[in-house]
Every structure is written in C-alpha cells, then in structure tokens.
Design a protein around this ligand. Structure first.
Ligand code: NAD
Length: 459
C-alpha cells in the first residue's frame, strides 16, 4: 500500500508540475464533466446511501447531491473572477508600484472524509481543490462502502488518476496516506482523529483544514415559542438520525417552559415519523453496529421522556428524549451523534454556563429566544463555529457564510469563495515600476529622524 501511495503521489506531483491543472479552461471543463457525472448518477448515489444506512432519498437529494451541485455551479460561475489576481491598494512608500494577491494552488492535496454525509463531505472539498488548480487524493469513509465505491468509480470516470483519485479503505489506509508529505490536508471527522491528522501534518509543516465535531448546545429560553421551536429542533436533530456534525446535541431549556417544550417535541416527533418511527421511510439507520451499541449504552440508566425503542437487526433507534442526565453521565461527556436528545432545565444563566463551559468550543450553537438582549448576550459570551437564532442547521446552507469550527471543533472554514481560498495560497506580489527610482531608503541614511517618524502615515 505504501508503495502504491508513493507512486500515485509522485505521478500527481509530476502532473501538477506540467502546469495543466492551473489552466482555467481545463479546470472549468473538468468541473463541468464532474457536474454531468453527478447529475447522471444521482439515482445511483441515492441508492448507495440507502444501502449504506437507509438514508432517505429526500435527505440525500437536499443534503448531498443538490448541495454539491449548487457549490459546483457557484465555482464554475465565479472561477475566473476568484482565480484572477486581486489588486490591492499600494503603499506610497513603494511608489511607483501595483500590488496584487495571486491565488496559487498548493499542489497535491489529501482529503479525508467521514461517513455521515459521505458524498457531500468528500465531493465538496474535491471540487474546491480542483477549482483552485490542485491535484487531489481522496480517502472516503470505510463505513459507507457502497457510497465510497461509487465515488471511486465516478472520480475515475471524470479524472485522470494523476489529477484526482480515490483510495478506499479504513484508518490504516488513512495512516499510510498521512505518512506522506502533502501540500495541503483537508480533514473532516472526529476531534480525536483530527488531532492525529494535525500531528502528522505538523511534521512536514503541511497546512490543514480540520472540520471536526463537538457537543453543540441548543438553548431555549422562557420567551421561545414552544411549538415552533420544537418543530425546528426535531427537524435538525433527527435529520440523518441525529448523525449530523452540527445537530443540536442537547437542549438547555428554561425551567418555566420545559413541560410545554417536551409536549411539543413529542408531538413533532409523531407528526414527522408517525406513531411507530421504525416504519417511517424518513428516518435513517445508525451507521454501524459499534455506533448502535454505543448509542444504546448511552441510554442505559437514563430517564426517558419519549422513544427509547431500538432494533439491533436493522440498527434502528427511535427518536428519543432523555430527561435531565447527570453532568458526569456518558451521554453528557461525548458527542452523541445519534437520535438521542437530552433535555436539561436551567433557572439562571450561571447554570447555562456550567454546562456549555464544561465542553470545548462547539461546532454549532442554537438559541431559541424572542428576547434580543438574551440573544446578544449568548452570542457575545460563547465562541462556536456557527449557529442560528431560532432555528437549527440552516447556517450551513448559505454559501456566503463560512462553515467551520473553532478550537476543539476545528480549524479553518469553507463553502463558496472561502472554499476556493482554502485550497489556494495567497501569494503577495508587488510589481515595482522602473520609471522612477527614489533613493531615500538607501545608505548612507540622510533623512532626518523627524521625517522617518512620519513614515507610518505612508505605510
Ligand atoms: P472519524 O474521525 O472516525 O473518521 C473520519 C475519517 O478518518 C475516516 O475516513 C476514517 O477512515 C479516518 N480515520 C479514522 N481513524 C483514523 C486514524 N487513526 N488516523 C487517520 N485517519 C483515521 O469520524 P467519523 O466517525 O467518520 O465521523 C464522525 C465525526 O465527524 C463526528 O465527530 C462529527 O461531528 C464529525 N464531522 C464533522 C463535520 C464538519 O464539517 N465539521 C462533518 C461531518 C462529521
């Protein structure tokens, strides 16, 4: 494996060295070819995701294929503009000059993806890497074998392997890939593995983007509209059966509104998934036996307000509400990443703080409140990747907003123009004029100190 990886990497380096990937026309053509391939294979993609963990077709369309196609359209449309050197104001001190930022591809990039949105999270970085003029090696997740196989087929149908290719396999393959020197690494996955990736990258001073996870709180204060908040929380939590990096992990609800919120959460769950959610075509399954057992274990010893049913054969777990788990309980220690939603009541802001501050900076936070002052206070107080006031998840859907974590939940961001920039080195270049050659900077220094002290106004 190491040998093959080395060979492929060298071939990609040679290909990058030819300068072909930097040609705008070629980048655009390749992106268009990939777009046609996705459109052609949209049904097959839906089927692969269903085979992997019964992801509902609707969810695959909105959160995987159409999401990627929208980003592809944006990249194709803006490619020329974003790739163009960007003129910035020059310093008078360097007169005559014109100053520009050149967007330069890093070279050969490695993309490692997780299983929860396996198509979207492998293809989104790929298309930006290619748009920015890089070559790419992809390592999709081993937990979605059908989707990963299809991605490999699609990539080989569109790309010369010297331009982009897929290595399928598990953590061992990822480790072998990380042992090589890359020009950029884009990793999406857990905080635990993110640290391993960061460490490997550090050895070669390779720049990275780390899109990680965490425990994303959802605060519901006493002024929230219980029915509306419940509907929006249930949607965001149980999409993909709770296996969404930015899903609300737990609810912190003001004690005065808790009973009403619980009733509305139950009603929303039944409205969305029926009396027997196992029969609902709109609820995905848990990705693997290990995760299934982990989630069932998290329910043990907890007070359940709703749900709690499961079926190991089908890796089904019903949308479940967990009442007031203890601070030291496992469910409040790790990222849940499944259809279990703990509710914790609070009476004052110190109690909110005790919960949120006991975890690292989260990837997302949601605040349900109609009080502007409360919204503002929470936004000022807590650092998190991104979030929404009075809804869940939707900040991911606006390409003009950066998507990424902070601290424990990640490093760097992407989507839209930021994706293009994430895969480009911003090379600062001054073009100096030759028609004038001021000498005042040269020794022997003759400018009076009083003049030098005024230079800051010219810089
Ligand atoms: P994971 O970290 O277990 O695996 C991610 C990838 O890393 C996989 O391709 C896997 O094969 C590889 N990997 C596993 N162990 C490795 C090792 N020791 N060395 C090198 N590579 C290794 O994550 P997962 O279970 O696939 O995904 C779930 C996690 O991803 C959650 O924490 C979730 O919050 C996070 N996530 C984050 C985002 C985001 O955009 N921030 C998106 C989706 C998922």
């Amino acid at each position: 494996m190491r040998h093959t990886i080395k060979e492929r990497l060298e071939a990609q380096r040679r290909y990058f060295g030819t300068g072909r990937t930097k040609e705008l026309q070629f980048r655009r053509q390749t992106l268009k070819k990939l777009r046609s391939e996705i459109v052609k294979k949209e049904d097959a993609i839906c089927n692969a995701l269903y085979a992997d963990f019964k992801k509902p077709r609707f969810e695959t369309l909105i959160a995987e294929t159409q999401f990627v196609l929208a980003e592809l359209n944006t990249l194709i449309r803006h490619l020329e503009l974003w790739a163009r050197p960007e003129r910035v104001p020059s310093s008078l001190l360097n007169f005559p000059s014109s100053d520009r930022i050149y967007k330069e591809p890093y070279g050969t990039v490695l993309i490692i993806a997780p299983w929860n949105y396996p198509f979207q999270l492998t293809l989104m970085p790929l298309i930006s890497a290619i748009a920015a003029g890089n070559t790419a090696v992809l390592k999709p997740s081993e937990l979605t074998p059908n989707t990963s196989k299809l991605i490999a087929e699609m990539v080989s149908a569109v790309f010369d392997p010297d331009h982009a290719m897929v290595f399928q396999g598990d953590a061992e393959v990822a480790k072998a890939l990380l042992a090589e020197k890359w020009d950029y690494i884009f990793f999406t996955g857990s905080t635990r593995v993110g640290k391993i990736v960061y460490e490997s990258a550090a050895g070669n001073l390779t720049p990275v983007t780390l899109e990680l996870g965490g425990k994303s709180p959802c605060i519901v204060d006493g002024s929230a509209l219980p029915a509306q908040a419940a509907g929006r929380i249930v949607w965001g939590k149980f999409l993909n059966a709770g296996q969404t990096c930015i899903a609300p992990d737990y609810i912190l609800v003001h004690a005065s509104i808790k009973d009403r919120l619980v009733e509305e959460l139950k009603k929303s769950i039944v409205r969305f998934f029926g009396e027997n959610p196992e029969n609902s075509p709109d609820l995905a399954r848990i990705i693997s036996e290990r995760h299934f057992k982990r989630l069932v274990g998290l329910m043990e010893g907890q007070e359940l307000l709703f749900g709690g049913q499961y079926n190991a054969e089908d890796r089904f777990i019903a949308p479940t509400l967990v009442d007031e788990p203890g601070r030291d309980s496992e469910i409040m220690q790790e990222e849940i990443f499944g259809p279990l939603l703990p509710l914790i009541s609070y009476r004052n802001e110190e109690e909110i703080d005790a919960w949120i501050s006991s975890h690292g900076k989260p990837l997302a936070a949601y605040i349900f409140s109609r009080k502007k002052a409360f919204q503002k206070k929470m936004l000022r107080k807590y650092s998190f990747g991104g979030g929404v006031i009075n809804d869940t998840l939707i900040h991911i859907s606006n390409k003009n907003l950066p998507f990424g974590g902070v601290g424990n939940s990640g490093l760097g961001s992407y989507h839209g123009k930021r994706s293009f920039n994430a895969f480009s080195h911003q090379k600062a270049v001054i073009h100096r004029g030759t028609w004038l050659d001021p000498k005042f900077r040269n020794p022997p220094y003759k400018l009076p100190v009083s003049f030098i002290k005024k230079l800051k106004h010219l810089l």
